[in-house]
Design a protein around this ligand. Structure first.
Ligand code: 0WD
Length: 254
């Protein structure tokens, strides 16, 4: 029971295919108490049964990270219902469709701002707003992708956002280390989720990764979940500022 006695919040469950769901499953199996958030009312219908599955039916809150009031309200609710927390999972990203295909130089400032706000700035904002609740032995985890390091066809605007997210992880790790807060990212291999459906030719990405990774397979949300649990637990107590690849080894290939 590596998460026994730990309480935390997971942002970014859209359904039971979400990476955040895999992380919740692994943490709950190790004894964690988990609060969940949902983006809007249509996702609420999906998230409430998932929270119930983990005994968290009374710990489900709205939080659209592009709305600072909802982030502040989340802090108030968590404080009231959980008090101190030990972990945060930020499993959120969004880019307008125009940023995920076509010519890169065509990206509008509006699309750029939206992608950076929801996929990057939200990690800073969530961290700042929830920091008063974090214990001095706590862990924050976000999700990245290799398209933030190397060119990946069609990943375009999200690639730029993931590069910024990875550096945000490192600067936050330095800043919060003195408070006993660790900040890490998992760079996951491609997985068929709602968010992935927005990326053109995603099926080709899956096939390519399977064929060209050392393990010759794609990764599952359970595998990302287990690695996430490690980074959220005391098993990784000396690990911070790390971008941990869970990608069947794809990133080492030339
Ligand atoms: O191949 C993949 N699926 C990979 C995903 C490989 C590597 C990394 N990732 C990343 C994504 O970029 C994202 O950061 O993992 C994270 C989770 O993505 P996911 O599990 O693949 O996708 P999904 O199940 O769709 O969850 C992402 C959720 C949203 O879902 P939808 O599909 O409704 O956009 O992010 C949430 C929302 O629930 N989200 C927001 N939450 C709060 N406020 C917002 C927002 N403004 N926008 C999106």
């Amino acid at each position: 029971m590596f998460m026994k006695g730990k309480k935390g919040v997971i942002l970014g469950v859209a359904n039971d295919k979400s990476i955040a769901y895999g992380i919740a499953k692994a943490c709950a199996a190790q004894g964690a108490q988990i609060a969940f958030t949902y983006l809007n009312d249509s996702l609420k219908k999906r998230v409430v049964p998932i929270a119930t599955e983990f005994g968290s039916e009374n710990l489900v809150y709205p939080c659209d990270v592009s709305n600072p009031e909802e982030v502040k309200a989340l802090k108030e609710s968590l404080e009231k219902d959980l008090g101190q927390i030990d972990f945060i999972v930020h499993s959120i990203a969004f880019a307008p469709k125009e940023g995920l295909s076509g010519r890169f130089y065509d990206i509008s400032k509006e699309a750029f701002d939206i992608a950076m706000d929801i996929s990057v700035y939200s990690l800073i904002e969530i961290t700042r707003e929830l920091k008063p609740l974090l214990s001095n032995n706590s862990s924050i985890l976000t999700l990245s992708y290799y398209g933030g390091v190397k060119y990946i066809p069609n990943y375009n605007l999200m690639g730029v956002a993931k590069a910024a997210l990875e550096m945000t992880t490192k600067y936050l790790a330095e800043d919060l280390g003195r408070d006993g807060i660790r900040v890490n990212a998992i760079s996951a291999g491609p997985i068929k989720t709602l968010a992935a459906a927005g990326i053109s030719d995603f099926r080709f990405m899956l096939k390519w990764n399977e064929a060209h990774s050392p393990l010759k397979k794609n990764v599952t949300i359970d595998e990302v979940g287990n690695s996430g649990m490690y980074l959220l637990s005391d098993l990784s107590s000396a690990v911070t500022g790390e971008i941990h690849y869970v990608d069947s080894g794809f990133n080492i290939m030339g």
